[in-house]
Design a binder for this molecule. Structure first.
Ligand SMILES: CC(=O)N[C@H]1[C@@H](OP(=O)(O)OP(=O)(O)OC[C@H]2O[C@@H](n3ccc(=O)[nH]c3=O)[C@H](O)[C@@H]2O)O[C@H](CO)[C@@H](O)[C@@H]1O
Ligand SMILES: C=C(OP(=O)(O)O)C(=O)O
Length: 422
């Protein structure tokens, strides 16, 4: 059995939507907790399936995990290190943060290659090089399992060929308890990295430079419990800005950090979307009449986020003329184009680019979320399409959007969810 959501297009959205805690921060914060010797309480935890899968993995490691609404308490006091080779590892990309966290805490980790959205090849060579630079040996067995271990972890200077989000966080997790000083150069600067560093600092870690391209870590012997509130999800917020622009009349997107959204708000302004920023809210005055085409190039933060490329592409189908998208992070992240075309869009894809010819009326169809943000793109399209769109593979969407059906229904969308035979 699997689930599909059916969206009846054409209903104008109005009202307020509250953004949840950031998926990409949460999924790193939870593994980071195993480094502590006492319980950590995290507030603002989104109710998404990635969090459920991490709960399974932490319980496999004998951590006590309690979740009550958006509050998560993890007690790692009785942690037992064991190989992570079960199916929960496949459910999300971020299971790989347990590599860095367990290596840092226990000096040994065995786990298989992580899952997550297929966006083309997603190697983890930079993570591995970072662990090796700290003194670890890495064995990769033919069944796809890594064993990473070290007698001692010793701080080092690590230059990353690419400012990878995952490698930056994984090296941080392995280095916080290493002996001496580690410097990560060409580190990623995403807000989620700052959030992880804030948690680690509250746990007693000594880290400087998060949010810049040079992060230094002075190793400490022990880390302890603390309380932490997760930052709002800038990708969920950006998705709702696009949804509001496409299908909204007046929609207030609440609980945002506007600076985190500058790349997407400036593109939306260029398209002609009217928005007002008031404190931690963005008020969007939507409507797809007279939108201007734009060119987008995805980049590392603070550039335009690859995770918002797909939902924005759905809006670009309604702009008056040709738009162009260049994907520099994941050259194959174009699974949504075929699906949008089956709803009436005119998108041509070539290598790491796509060209969108607009405006094209969209019609309801049976489509599939090929990955999480493809699912978001299909939701944008379905809300403005003529008729009913059925979106399959909803489990991708549930990995990263808390309660998406109910959030949209509260704005006036008409959505149902049902199970189907596979
Ligand atoms: C859980 C999480 O936070 N996921 C986010 C994270 O993914 P993730 O951490 O996997 O993304 P990275 O920043 O590491 O990857 C970016 C690029 O670097 C390449 N690369 C990465 C690591 C490596 O060892 N070798 C290598 O070649 C990747 O294939 C990709 O082409 O950042 C991406 C880029 O903003 C986002 O799309 C994902 O939503
Ligand atoms: C690609 C994404 O997630 P992950 O890295 O967890 O697969 C995403 O959030 O868009």
């Amino acid at each position: 059995m699997s689930e599909v959501i059916a969206i009846e297009g054409g209903h104008k959205l109005n009202g307020t939507v509250v953004v949840s805690g950031a998926k990409n921060a949460t999924v790193a914060l939870i593994p980071a907790i195993v480094l502590a010797d006492s319980p950590v309480t995290v507030y603002g935890v989104p109710n998404i399936s990635d969090v459920d899968a991490l709960g399974v993995l932490l319980r496999e490691l004998n951590c006590n995990v309690e979740k009550n609404e958006d509050v998560l308490v993890v007690d790692p006091t009785n942690l037992k290190n064991k190989p992570l080779i079960g199916e929960a590892v496949d459910k999300l990309r971020a299971s790989y943060y347990l590599m860095g966290a367990l290596l840092g805490k226990c000096k040994k980790v065995t786990m298989k290659m992580p899952g997550g959205c297929f966006l083309g090849p997603r190697p983890i060579d930079l993570h591995i090089k970072g662990f090796e630079a700290l003194g670890a040996t890495v064995d990769y067995s033919s069944d796809g399992t890594y064993t990473i271990q070290a007698e001692r972890l010793i701080g080092n200077k690590i230059y990353m060929d690419f400012a990878s989000v995952g490698a930056t966080i994984n090296i941080l997790l392995a280095a916080v308890k290493a002996e001496g000083k580690t410097t990560i150069e060409n580190a990623a600067k995403e807000p989620e990295i700052i959030d992880v560093v804030n948690l680690l600092t509250k746990m007693g870690a000594k880290i400087r430079g998060a949010g810049t391209d040079t992060i230094t870590i002075e190793g400490v012997e022990t880390l302890h419990g603390c309380n932490h509130e997760i930052i709002p999800d800038r990708i969920e917020a950006g998705t709702f800005l696009v949804i509001a622009a496409a299908a909204g009349e007046k929609v207030i997107v609440q609980n945002v950090i506007p600076q985190h959204l500058e790349a997407v708000t400036s593109k939306l302004k260029e398209i002609g979307v009217k928005m007002d920023i008031v404190g931690d809210s963005i008020i969007v005055h939507g409507g797809i009449e007279n939108l201007k085409p734009v060119d987008i190039r995805t980049q590392v933060y603070p550039g335009f986020a690859t995770d918002l490329q797909q939902p924005l592409t759905a809006l670009l189908t309604q702009c008056q003329g040709s738009s162009q998208v260049v994907e520099t992070i994941y050259p194959e992240r174009f699974g949504h184009c075929y699906q949008l075309n089956s709803m009436g869009a005119k998108i041509a894809q070539e290598e790491a680019m796509c060209y969108i010819d607009g405006p094209t009326p969209l019609h309801g169809a049976r489509v599939y979320a090929t990955d999480l943000r493809c699912g978001a793109a299909l939701i944008v399209a379905a809300l403005i399409a003529d008729g009913v769109t059925e979106i399959g593979n909803v489990y991708h969407i549930d990995r990263g959007y808390e309660n998406i059906d109910h959030k949209l229904i509260s704005l006036g969308a008409v959505i149902t969810r049902r199970e189907i035979e596979d």
